[in-house]
Design a protein around this ligand. Sequence first.
Ligand SMILES: Cc1cc2nc3c(=O)[nH]c(=O)nc-3n(C[C@H](O)[C@H](O)[C@H](O)COP(=O)(O)O)c2cc1C
Length: 267
Amino acid sequence: MALISIDRKKCKKDGICAAECPFSLIALTGDEGFPEIRPAAARLCIQCGHCVAVCPHDALSLAAMNPDDFQAIGNGALLPTLKKTGQLLTTRRSIRTYQRQTVPRAHIEQLLDLCRWAPSAKNEQPVHWLVVENPEAVHHLAGLVVDWLRTGTAYPGIVSAWDQGKDMVLRGAPHLLVAHAHGDSLKPEIDCTIALTYFDLAAASCGIGTCWAGILMSAAAAGHQPLLDALALPEGYHLYGAMIFGYPRFPYFKIPPRKDTRVIWRS
Ligand SMILES: Cc1cc2nc3c(=O)[nH]c(=O)nc-3n(C[C@H](O)[C@H](O)[C@H](O)COP(=O)(O)O)c2cc1C
């Protein structure tokens, strides 16, 4: 079966599919000037679906993708304005104090669902998730990270805070989100980072706070075995990013200032 089928009754030979294909696998070189697929497509097509999604005439279908799985965008009326997007981007904060209340699984699923649209190298979509749903389990993981900190000299204050009952590693958060991917993926760390950033922004848009779990990430990267054992990621998969999340205890009233934009303009 052909990778891509073209409905000749609908196709207007406008070349949009050819122009948008990431690897130029479509050309208007078929008979009567219809688009045709280069043989290299069998090897190079990354199944991004752009040829189907960009066609104004609904003239293409991909063998590997169900046409019904392509959602219509509509007229863009639902898009946030730049002002609203700016409000989201500037008011999201790293949250370090959480309510005990957990986030319902259905709500977490909604956020993770959106993360599927994060870009990924070669459209590999390599990101998998581990959601620690239980606050006690998050606390246990924090303890394992503190054990790792005890073996070194970094962050003595975090160790002594833990000994006095204060969790500065995972902040007493009710949940931990771990992005993992197979080590053979093309750019797993970047893809996981972008997906986590999608999660961060989607969460902030509905009142859920997040904070990157950098120290846990360091302990995992250092190969702290008790932590890796507790995370128990599937064989061949590695942690490439982690984030705590939950309902914030305190609202923020101001946006902290940032460094000025530093840019080299070149023409
Ligand atoms: C890769 C990464 C690791 C981080 N690790 C931690 C961490 O371990 N603990 C923490 O409290 N904040 C951590 N942060 C949050 C940063 O401190 C925070 O993003 C920064 O201070 C800016 O604040 P904002 O996120 O509220 O804008 C991390 C952020 C990133 C991007």
